[in-house]
Design a binder for this molecule. Structure first.
Ligand SMILES: [Zn+2]
Length: 365
């Protein structure tokens, strides 16, 4: 029973999530497809904006030796859960317990005194770690090194605010000239569901990682896409794909009634249909884009280590990788021509015919 509830909640959390960048806030556009999800949402606390400003972070990692526990999973999948080493760190002057396996680009942070059972956090961490590895195989790149480590907040705290006052149930953001972070409020929310516990056996499962993978994908795209509002065309379907919740093993077959993207269309579906895009092309494209960024070939300055690549540049990469012009796929997915310095007309099927965006094509001097 609780598993069903938790799945619905996770789906809703995904739908309500937002990616916030100091430079380019992303709109919340994805709407829950099922009535049951909306019902679950109706019991949530009212939302209100909670602006947060990037400040400074200091860390003092000193890993402790891991112990080992084992969870009996509710499904056929049994996953060993290693207790993740925990250290004490400071964020914004507050003390946190930081969980991180050596070498991982992310860490789970819980405000002290941390009231979440280490076994539960370790289970979630372990499940996420498996999903993260699967994700990176698809993207070919991880979050930019200058944004690491990605802090994954799991409770109400000074950085993320409180669930009852938050404008979204989860979001990803980054500090100016600092690292990326994710706010999930997961354990605050789970705690309040009919008094039923969110056990390690559930937390470790792949299908419980969707919200984490969704937000983490946003952090991978930070600095890779100049426009922060266009990521859900990729983030939403890919997160569901990684956590086996897409409903179909073929990413190209995913075409929900409610478009997953930010502009009201189905970009990946259209790229598949019109340009032969397949999941393997994603890593090829993102690796190429990463090389362009690392070489200083981007065209927009947004306080990152190098100028960011524009969407126009990314589309040019896609054209090369796919061997054909992707303009029509982007148009049919309702992507505004201004984003590419282009002038095509959006099809009538696009519900928002004139989305306002800042052009990301900068004239070559
Ligand atoms: Zn999102």
């Amino acid at each position: 029973m609780f598993r069903k509830i938790s799945l619905l909640l996770i789906l809703f959390l995904i739908s309500a999530c937002n990616a916030i960048s100091p430079d380019a806030p992303a709109p919340i556009r994805f709407v829950p497809a099922a009535t049951t999800q909306a019902t679950a949402a109706s019991s949530l606390p009212p939302a209100s904006p909670t602006p947060v400003k990037p400040i400074v972070q200091a860390t003092a990692p000193a890993n402790t030796p891991p112990a080992t526990a084992r969870a009996s999973a509710p499904s056929a999948t049994t996953i060993a859960i290693n207790l993740v080493p925990a250290t004490t760190i400071q964020i914004l002057g507050a003390t946190y317990k930081s969980y991180q396996m050596p070498g991982d680009p992310f860490r789970f942070v819980c405000p002290e005194p941390c009231t979440v059972d280490p076994k539960l956090i370790s289970a979630q961490y372990t499940g996420f770690r498996i999903a993260h590895a699967k994700l990176i195989k698809l993207t070919g790149v991880d979050t930019l090194p200058e944004l690491l480590p990605v802090n994954i907040h799991v409770k109400n705290d000074q950085r993320c605010g409180n669930l009852s006052q938050s404008s979204s149930l989860s979001y990803a953001s980054k500090w100016t000239n600092g690292n990326a972070y994710i706010c999930t409020f997961l354990f605050e929310y789970i705690k309040g569901i009919g008094g039923q516990p969110y056990s390690p056996e559930f937390a470790v499962q792949l299908d419980q990682q969707t919200i984490f993978i969704h937000e983490y994908l946003h952090t991978i795209f930070f600095g890779r896409f100049a426009d922060g509002g266009n990521q859900h065309d990729f983030v939403t379907p890919l997160a569901l794909f990684v956590t086996d919740k897409l409903g179909n093993p073929d990413l190209c077959a995913y075409r929900p009634q409610t478009p997953p993207g930010d502009y009201g269309g189905h970009l990946i579906y259209e790229l598949c249909r019109q340009n032969g895009f397949r999941i393997s092309h994603l890593a090829t494209s993102l690796i190429e884009q990463d090389k362009l960024y690392q070489s200083g070939g981007g065209k927009i300055n947004q306080l990152m280590k190098h100028p960011l690549t524009t969407m126009a540049q990314f589309r040019e990469i896609l054209n090369r990788v796919l061997g054909s012009d992707t303009t029509k796929a982007f148009a049919d997915a309702c992507w505004p021509p201004a984003l590419f310095g282009n002038s095509y007309v959006l099809p009538n099927s696009c519900t928002n015919r004139t989305p306002t965006v800042a052009p990301t094509r900068i004239p070559t001097r």
